[in-house]
Design a protein around this ligand. Structure first.
Ligand SMILES: Cc1cc2nc3c(=O)[nH]c(=O)nc-3n(C[C@H](O)[C@H](O)[C@H](O)COP(=O)(O)OP(=O)(O)OC[C@H]3O[C@@H](n4cnc5c(N)ncnc54)[C@H](O)[C@@H]3O)c2cc1C
Length: 340
């Protein structure tokens, strides 16, 4: 028997799609190439929208910290601006592992099967409709296949979606422990020569722990090679900030963010993309958690409708895309994309 839904990938897009689809009673199989759904870079700085979509409270264990201000600063001159809560709204640091476990557990409780260590190789097509996937463990069939498998999506590539040349931001995030006297109420963004087209961020988790990351968009290979390696940049600023001088790296994750806006089409007969694979990311700041949660929730709603109508035609699946493109979040992505 084919599944209702096969989801490739357990980033925020895949997990939210799985959680919401399973809650609606859909028979869902999730394939993830990594060994577990945790220990990855889900993205962590969010506002109230993400907590609402995740249905968790700011005071819950899923939130590692909350900030009352964000400071933007130049690494080269020290000039800075302070953005307070009035302008900013609330901003939170998610506990990524706990949030990923929460979505997985909710989906599993509603019957979803997770197969980690399963790499999707290609979609399977019949009469111009996607009917399932080939993966490292064999083949599985579904009425709807979801490519939530990130910026280099196999589902997208083999289903034939067209990606305009990706404008990719390459990022690394380090978790630092043994810091001293960090102001844990304030998050920092830094711009400057060392980060070129991009920024460095410092999100405190407590007075002794911070998450420090750097994301850069290469304007060309030649220019990228002139920039210091990301680890060198980290080491330089670890020395420069007294709070971090004696800290040690306890974890490192990396990833890419597509910053070219939403791709021209991300649905077709029997298949849909969700999250980074569809370019559903804020182009300027590279924020993708809220946009992935939003897209996943919407996709699950349309998957349920398609099941009820027994209609997985391009026209039917496109209704998700149409509703997504009309949403405020999609408008933001498109318009900040134009600003790049
Ligand atoms: C350094 C960095 C920091 C960031 N910080 C933030 C932040 O603070 N706030 C924010 O909002 N956003 C942040 N983002 C952006 C955010 O992380 C992404 O937009 C978001 O993770 C995209 O989610 P996704 O589910 O679409 O894809 P991904 O998170 O990329 O997940 C894709 C999943 O698919 C799996 N996969 C890939 N290929 C296959 C395959 N062939 N078969 C099976 N599984 C496969 C991968 O292992 C992965 O688990 C950050 C990004 C980076 C790189």
């Amino acid at each position: 028997m084919p599944h209702d839904l096969i989801i490739a990938g357990t980033g925020p897009a895949g997990l939210m799609t799985a959680e919401r689809a399973a809650a609606k009673g859909l028979d869902t199989l999730v394939l993830e190439k990594r060994k577990s759904v945790t220990d990855s870079l889900m993205g962590e700085l969010v506002t109230d929208n993400a907590l609402k979509l995740l249905r968790v409270k700011p005071t819950s264990d899923y939130v590692g910290n909350q900030y009352s201000a964000i400071i933007g600063e130049s690494l080269d001159t020290g000039a800075n601006i302070v953005v307070g809560e009035g302008l900013l709204g609330n901003s939170y640091l998610l506990d990524e592992d706990k949030c990923q476990e929460l979505m997985r557990d909710r989906a599993e409780a509603d019957g979803t099967e997770f197969r980690c260590g399963s790499r999707v190789q290609s979609v399977i097509k019949e009469a111009n409709q996607v009917i399932g996937v080939k993966h490292s463990g064999g083949e599985d069939m579904a009425s709807l296949t979801v490519g939530a498998d990130g910026a280099f999506s196999r589902v997208s590539e083999t289903a034939g979606f067209i990606h305009p040349k990706w404008l990719l931001s390459y990022g690394v995030r380090w978790k630092l422990a043994d810091c001293k006297g960090v102001d844990s109420d304030t998050a920092y963004f830094y711009v400057g020569r060392d980060v070129s087209l991009g920024y460095m961020w410092l999100y405190p988790r407590s007075e002794t722990e911070v998450n420090l990351g750097i994301g850069r968009v290469p304007s060309s290979r030649e220019n990228w090679e002139k920039l210091p390696p990301l680890l060198e940049v980290l080491k330089k600023y670890k020395k420069r900030f007294p709070e971090l001088r004696d800290s040690k790296i306890v974890a490192q994750n990396g990833g890419v963010v597509p910053c070219a806006g939403i791709i021209p089409r991300f649905t077709d007969a029997g298949v849909s993309l969700c999250g980074n694979s569809a370019g559903q990311v804020s182009s300027i700041v590279g924020g993708g958690v809220t946009t992935c949660f939003h897209a996943g929730a919407l996709l699950a709603k349309h998957a349920k409708r398609a099941i009820e109508e027994d209609d997985f035609s391009r026209k039917s699946i496109q209704r998700y895309e149409k509703e997504y493109r009309r949403s405020k979040l999609a408008w933001n992505i498109q318009n900040t994309g134009k600003g790049m």
